[in-house]
Design a protein around this ligand. Structure first.
Ligand code: PRP
Ligand code: URA
Length: 207
């Protein structure tokens, strides 16, 4: 699928399998989700622009690089929080924006309840983070908010994606790069991803 990168690294796939397993409880789920998020981030940030800078080692001067732009991480509440801490360990200088969305159980429509984002999003590299891309309603709603703030460089990281969700996001945001560990089979009649891993928020927080 164009613009979709499936991260097939063995450590990512090993951890995804632990998360899929219904016997994995909240404590282990939290730990493994964090680990897999950090691994996925390497791939998701591979194309970040860098600028050359001189650096002096104890022995000589040489040329190094620094990230050209500041980074804003935007986890979608709640489940996106499960991927945040470990990513912050890799990019400690990143800012954090939050978008709160809750999918209504029967209509599957995403209802917005919270937003805190930098106003000048245009100058940042933005990473939208949510473990699940199911119908795509939440991802499109989150992207609509970012687009209102004129975001220019954004990519999305989802642990598991459904083909239906990818198609919906593509229809609205054809150029959004999507990084995922798996494109699963399909949605069931309740809008859950098959095989998926169940309700990510519930499994993460135990409620
Ligand atoms: C889950 C998940 C996504 C959304 C995906 O969140 O974390 O945000 O569902 O579904 P969609 O693609 O059909 O919109 P949920 O709304 O259950 O909220 P939670 O994270 O607070 O549990
Ligand atoms: N949200 C989840 O947490 N899991 C799914 O399978 C679909 C939406």
């Amino acid at each position: 699928m164009k613009g979709v990168t499936v991260i097939s690294h063995p450590l990512v796939q090993h951890n995804l399998t632990r998360l899929r397993d219904r016997e994995t409880g909240p404590q282990e789920f939290r730990r493994v989700l964090g680990e897999v998020a950090a691994l996925m981030l390497y791939e998701a940030t591979r194309s970040f622009a860098v600028a050359p800078i001189p650096v002096t080692t104890p022995l000589a001067r040489t040329l190094g690089v620094r990230l050209r732009r500041e980074v804003v991480l935007v986890p979608v509440l709640r489940a996106g929080l499960g991927m945040l801490d470990s990513i912050l360990q890799l990019i400690p200088h990143a800012r954090v924006g939050l978008i709160g969305l809750k999918r209504e159980e029967t209509t599957l429509r995403a209802t917005f309840y919270h937003k805190s984002l930098p106003a000048d999003l245009r100058r940042f590299e933005v990473i939208l983070i949510d473990p699940m891309l199911a119908t795509g309603g939440s991802a499109v709603a989150a992207m609509d908010l970012l687009a209102e703030l004129r975001v220019e460089r954004v990519r999305m990281v989802n642990l598991v994606a459904a083909p239906e969700g990818i198609r919906r996001v593509r229809a609205h945001y054809p150029d959004l790069p999507i990084f995922t560990a798996a494109v699963d089979r399909r949605l069931n009649d309740k809008g859950y991803i098959l095989p998926g891993l169940g309700d990510a928020g519930d499994r993460l927080f135990g409620v």
